[in-house]
Design a protein. Structure first.
Length: 87
């Protein structure tokens, strides 16, 4: 195998892995619905409640969902729009 080809493949795999990790860290799936942060007009609390149901816990503008054995921490802006999602 050519060393340049090998390095190209490794680089591509690392970049794809990083992109997957970044995407997964800022989104969560509730049934058939995908909830994403970093949007101009991100979903609000009401929309997330409709799609995902009640969170496992709430602390002011911070909600925690437990989905498929993972915890997702959603933080909201003062206007109720989603600010970010962390695992």
């Amino acid at each position: 195998m050519n060393i340049k080809y090998f390095l190209l493949v490794i680089t591509c795999l690392v970049v794809m892995g990083y992109m997957t990790f970044t995407f997964a860290a800022s989104s969560m799936k509730c049934g058939v619905h995908l909830i994403q942060d970093q949007q101009i007009n991100g979903p609000g609390k009401y929309e997330i409640l409709k799609k995902c149901g009640e969170p496992a816990s709430r602390y002011g503008n911070t909600w925690v969902y437990e989905i498929s054995g993972r915890n997702y921490v959603l933080t909201f802006k003062d206007n109720g729009q989603l600010r970010n999602i962390k695992r």
